[in-house]
Structures are given as C-alpha cells and as structure tokens.
Design a protein around this ligand. Structure first.
Ligand code: HEC
Length: 240
C-alpha cells in the first residue's frame, strides 16, 4: 500500500468509529462539585446500588467524611456493608472494594463488572448520565433489558425500582413504562445527576481541593487588582 491508500484506510476506519459512537446524542448533566448534599446523596445511591458489583478501588471511605462531610457515625452505621478478612466491618480507612469473586461474576454476567473509579473521566459525565437513562425493556436479553447507548449490555437495570422499566422508544416523545418505579421522571433524573456528580468527584477527588484553592486565587487576584488600582491613582495623581 502506498502512503495515500494507507491514510485513506485510516480515515475510513476512524470515521466509522466516530459514526458508531455518535449514534445517540448525549444528554447534558449539570455537574456541581460544590454541591455537597448532592455528592452525599450520590454516594449513598452508589453504595446501595452499585458497589456490590463495581468497586471504587482508589477511593477510601474516610474521604467521604473529609471531602463530602458525611458524619463518621452515619457512614459507619449506614454505608459500610463490607467486612475485612476477620469478619469485622471494614474500617474507615479501607478502600471501597467488594468481595465479589471475579470468576463468579464473569460466569454470571459474561464479564466482570469493571471498577468505576475513573469512569467519569474515561467516558465523561454526560455519557454515564445518558447511559443510566437509556435502559429499556428487551425480552431477548438475559437481563430483560437493553440499553440504547450500550447495546446488548450485560448489566441489569439495577435502578429499575426508582425509574421503572421503559418500553422501547417508538420515536415519539411519549415514554411508556412496562413497570412503574417509585420516582417520577424528574426525580429519577435528579437522582442520577447526584450519582454522576459523585462519580465525577471520585474520578478526581483533587478537583474539590482545586475548587477551594481556585476561590482563594481569584479572591487574591481581585484584591491585588484593587491595590494596583489604588497605587496607579496614587502615582498618576501628580502627573495629571
Ligand atoms: C449486578 C451487578 C451490577 C450492578 C449492581 C451494577 N452494575 Fe454496572 N455493570 C455490570 C456489568 C456486568 C457490566 C459490564 C457490562 C458489559 O460490558 O456488557 C457493567 C457495566 C457498567 C458500566 C459501563 C462500563 C464501561 O464499560 O464503560 C457503567 C457505567 C455501569 N455499569 C454503571 C453502574 C452503576 C452507576 C451502577 C449502580 C447504579 C451499576 N453499574 C450497578 C454489573 C452491575
């Protein structure tokens, strides 16, 4: 192959990839890492519904206290369900992992549920949000659901009890449900916004620190600009 045909080939392969990932437009999620109550709710939803299968192997429980302000006692009593090797509840300093045997889960789902520490970075918050909103009823699939964004996914729709199970879209705006959940559409979207907000924080906890630091940096710059302005006035007073 000469150079031109190689580059044409690469172009075709690249554009077919772009095509595949752009089939569905992503919904936009409003991330707000300053919203602690949202991050706390997201952590709770994650621990109750996702941690059983998906670890957060770089995150320690203790950071939920220091970063998100969840009181220690509440965390220990209500959000730590795992235990250590001696059967004692996991310590605050433990990593947020689970005890799923990779072989067993691979056998059950055909694939081991991946760690989600970096999912908000690798896929992007909008992707994860759209993904959680894209499950629909599909009898053909082993889990009874399929996903518009991730066709033939092997994950069950674990939040069905919140959202309900949607019928496959018929192209109209109206969504109908095979099974009703205990939340309205708006409530469900708010809940998964909290969840994705939490996963975005997890994907880079240092962001929170940067936000705080950013506030001081901008305040300092504003203060300094004010001083510079006063100085300028002082210097130019006699000239003008
Ligand atoms: C019963 C186990 C189970 C639970 C609980 C579960 N998942 Fe999954 N999840 C899976 C499996 C298995 C896959 C891999 C599916 C595949 O690749 O076909 C997966 C894949 C994913 C992916 C795609 C990862 C990728 O490949 O990019 C995301 C995102 C995800 N899960 C998010 C969640 C969230 C958020 C929750 C909690 C609301 C959750 N999952 C709960 C089993 C689970």
């Amino acid at each position: 192959m000469n150079k031109i045909s190689i580059s044409v080939f690469i172009l075709i392969v690249a554009s077919s990839n772009i095509h595949a990932s752009e089939k569905l437009t992503l919904d936009t999620v409003r991330i707000d890492l300053n919203n602690k109550p949202s991050l706390q709710r997201g952590a709770q939803i994650y621990i109750n519904n996702c941690l059983g299968c998906h670890t957060l192997q770089y995150q320690r429980y203790s950071r939920l206290v220091t970063d998100l302000g969840i009181p220690k006692e509440i965390l220990q009593k209500n959000l730590i369900f795992t235990s250590d090797r001696h059967g004692q509840p996991s310590k605050l300093g433990s990593l947020m992992i689970n005890s799923v045997n990779p072989n067993a889960s691979a056998e059950a789902f055909g694939i081991h549920p991946p760690d989600l520490s970096l999912i908000a970075r690798s896929r992007g918050p909008d992707w994860v949000y759209t993904f959680l909103n894209s499950f629909y009823y599909d009898q053909q699939r082993p889990m009874g659901v399929n996903n518009y964004l991730y066709p033939n996914i092997n994950m069950p729709h674990v939040l069905w009890w919140m959202e309900g199970i949607k019928e496959k879209s018929t192209g109209t705006d109206k969504v109908s449900y095979i099974v009703e959940g205990n939340m309205s559409d708006r409530e469900y979207k708010a809940a998964i916004t909290d969840l994705v907000n939490f996963l975005t924080y997890v994907s880079e906890p240092a962001q929170l620190k940067r936000y705080k630091l950013g506030f001081w940096v901008v305040s300092f710059l504003a203060f300094f600009a004010f001083i510079a302005f006063l100085l300028k006035q002082e210097y130019w007073k006699d000239v003008e």
